[in-house]
Design a protein around this ligand. Structure first.
Ligand SMILES: [Zn+2]
Length: 241
């Protein structure tokens, strides 16, 4: 309990005033147990703590600065009344002003606040735009990867061999089907495609047979599956090698 002598306006004489200073013990404990998380709150409370000084005789209390300087209270009261009168006078004077003039005067009188709000708004907008941009980036990368993806460049290094074998087999199959085309397709040129208007179920069945020497050559070249297309129709036969 702190004690000091101040002039008490109610008792009209100097009296003993008492004040209970801030108790720091619970804050020390809280700071320890919360691993320092309580520190900022403690600091704010300590800074804003204005211990109340109470007259020991009548219970009158006031801010320390006013007890220490009674004339200051009078000055502050007068200054406050003056500010309110000035505000009322301005309000009366401006009550018929058009909106643009009111806005212009408001901006001029509150320039710092207006600039502050503008800066905060600009930062928020910039932040939102950046977040939206960064959220879109992965999509862009995916598109880029897809469009620049090259089938031949990503194969097992034997794509050329398969393309060449397809050409050879096309020549051989021409004996049987004059309009046949043989191609190495798929992202890794590992699908062997035979297209002709003359292929049929029987050809497809025979082609699948293990004894077919063409299958062996296709496997050796790294082909993974076969598609036999009957052109000008929706018919096709597929099988894996
Ligand atoms: Zn008193």
């Amino acid at each position: 309990m702190d004690q000091a002598s101040y002039y008490c306006p109610r008792c009209q004489q100097f009296r003993l005033f008492q004040s209970t200073p801030m108790n720091h013990t619970p804050h020390i404990l809280a700071s320890i147990f919360l691993c320092g998380l309580w520190l900022p709150i403690w600091i704010i409370m300590a800074i804003s703590d204005t211990p109340a000084w109470v007259c020991a005789f009548c219970g009158y209390h006031d801010l320390t600065k006013y007890l220490a300087d009674p004339a200051l209270k009078q000055r502050d009261l007068e200054a406050g009344a003056q500010r309110r009168a000035e505000a009322a006078r301005k309000k009366e004077e401006r009550k018929d002003w058009p909106l643009p003039q009111m806005a212009a005067v408001f901006v001029r009188e509150n320039l710092l606040i207006v600039i502050g709000i503008a800066v905060v708004l600009a930062l928020v907008v910039t932040g939102v735009v950046m977040i939206m941009n960064s959220a879109q980036e992965p999509t862009n990368y995916t598109l880029q990867t897809t469009s620049s993806y090259s089938p031949v460049s990503s194969d097992d290094g034997r794509g050329q061999e398969r393309v060449s074998l397809a050409g050879t087999l096309e020549g051989e199959l021409r004996m049987k089907f004059s309009d046949v085309t043989c191609t190495a397709e798929g992202t890794q040129t590992q699908q062997f495609v035979i297209a002709s208007s003359k292929v049929d179920q029987k050809f497809a069945d025979d082609f699948k047979k293990a004894a077919n020497p063409i299958l062996l050559r296709l496997r050796k070249a790294g082909f993974k599956d076969v598609r036999i297309e009957r052109t000008f129709t929706n018919q096709e036969w597929r099988f894996s090698l």
